[in-house]
Design a protein around this ligand. Structure first.
Ligand SMILES: *Cc1c(COP(=O)(O)O)cnc(C)c1O
Length: 404
């Protein structure tokens, strides 16, 4: 792909728009779904168990419970841990809103902790400060696909008798000190939205080694009923009992067949994401105004996102203009995320205010997520970096003019 050179007021332009993320669907995926369409079970059938077992294996645990989406996975996890009114659950300020919303669904109180500015991962020191006698769980978010500091978080959870949950929606396939994401917390949640590491269109999963919790969550995703339609068919019985108030959070066999087909390509995709990220890292080492997030040596990063920070001295104050310029030039930048405690709902309902998580709030002003998905090539990366270099040069100059 070529990039048109241009002057300062007309930045270089990509010859096609690259979004920050995009699904990858093959003929095999389509065949897998159409086979299910011709079968007896469109939902609650054998593909669900097959996909659950495959994801359990891919995350190094015994059990996996498939649900309708990643948000349902988080809600199901909170139900599994019996979170309720009066309980506090610590969540990072930088995450998708669903990480905190799931606590509220159960009547609990989300407590926002700050992040490490180098990685934007939940900072154990901030978690420690937020722990009270009401703390019942800690949700670690493997932001961008990088696993959190699980040794430190596990120790804090043990000391405070809280349950550690991983929101691993970005991180299927990643590892921490050799151990697969999905096996690092009591419960781990995944999303299979089209932008995520693998997709089922909409879909989610909770993984665990705890049989009792898996059973409880399996009932929750089916109205809180003890048997599902297929189990009753197999048993030749009509009887069922509703033992808890659950939801219909089931994932269909069509979606599970797609998930199985996608999962077979996860390792290759992750290697491609890592290679593209290395290329970005190399190129940005030549551009001092742009700093990529740090990857810790003890992790294998899944690179759901590639996130840069604009330098605080000048550039960051033009983030809005830089964002608009890059979008106009065909670079589908995004911002992950607006700190959750700053959203009007949280300010209104939980009286969270700016200043609560200063590192997250500062980072939010400076970050941009760049295009990264397996179908991209290293020359796409070079083109994107070229466009960014020119845009950055434009606004660095601007900053100097203003300072004079
Ligand atoms: C995508 C995502 C979710 C929600 O997943 P859905 O499948 O969209 O409901 C939750 N947490 C994080 C960190 C996510 O990225």
């Amino acid at each position: 792909m070529s990039r048109k050179r241009s002057t300062i007021d007309r930045p270089a332009v990509m010859d096609r728009y690259l979004p920050y993320s995009r699904q990858n669907i093959t003929e095999d995926d389509i065949r897998a779904v159409t086979e299910v369409l011709r079968s007896d079970w469109l939902t609650t059938g054998p593909k669900v168990e097959e996909f659950e077992q495959a994801v359990a294996e891919a995350s190094g645990v015994k059990r996996a419970v498939a649900v309708a989406n990643g948000t349902a996975a988080l809600h199901t996890a909170m139900f599994g841990l019996n979170i309720g009114p009066g309980d506090e659950v610590i969540v990072p300020a930088i995450t998708f809103a669903a990480t905190a919303n799931c606590v509220v669904y159960q009547g609990g109180t989300p407590v926002f902790a700050d992040v490490d500015p180098d990685t934007l991962l939940l900072d154990p020191a901030s978690v420690e400060k937020r722990i009270t006698t009401r703390t019942k769980a800690i949700i670690a978010v493997d932001y961008a696909g990088q696993p959190c500091d699980y040794d430190a978080l596990r120790q804090l959870a043990e000391e405070s008798r809280a349950s550690l949950v991983a929101d691993a929606c970005h991180a299927l396939g990643a590892r921490y000190k050799g151990a697969l994401v999905g096996s690092l917390a009591k419960l781990s949640t995944f999303s299979f939205h089209p932008v995520k590491p693998i997709t089922t269109a909409e879909g989610g999963m909770v993984t665990t080694n705890r049989d009792d919790l898996a059973e409880r969550m399996r009932h929750f995703r089916n109205h809180g009923i003890t048997t599902d339609h297929r189990q009753r068919e197999l048993q030749g019985s009509w009887f069922y009992e509703m033992t808890d108030l659950g939801f219909n959070y089931r994932l269909s066999d069509l979606q599970c067949a797609l998930g199985l087909s996608q999962l077979a390509r996860l390792d290759g995709w992750m290697a491609q994401r890592q290679a593209l990220a290395r290329r970005y890292d190399e190129e940005f080492s030549k551009i001092p105004e742009v700093t990529p997030l740090v990857t810790r040596p003890e992790v294998e990063h899944a690179y759901h996102l590639y996130v840069i920070r604009l330098s605080a001295n000048g550039l960051a104050k033009y983030r809005q203009e830089i964002f608009a310029n890059l979008r106009a030039a065909g670079v589908g930048v995004n911002v992950h995320y607006i700190p959750v405690h700053l959203h009007p709902y949280y300010q209104r309902t939980f009286e969270t205010r700016p200043g609560l998580c200063p590192k997250a709030e500062l980072a939010y002003e400076q970050i941009l997520s760049l295009p990264l998905f397996p179908a991209m090539t290293s020359s796409d990366v070079d083109d994107i970096v070229g466009v960014i270099a020119e845009t950055v040069a434009t606004f660095s100059g601007c900053g100097k003019d203003l300072e004079i």
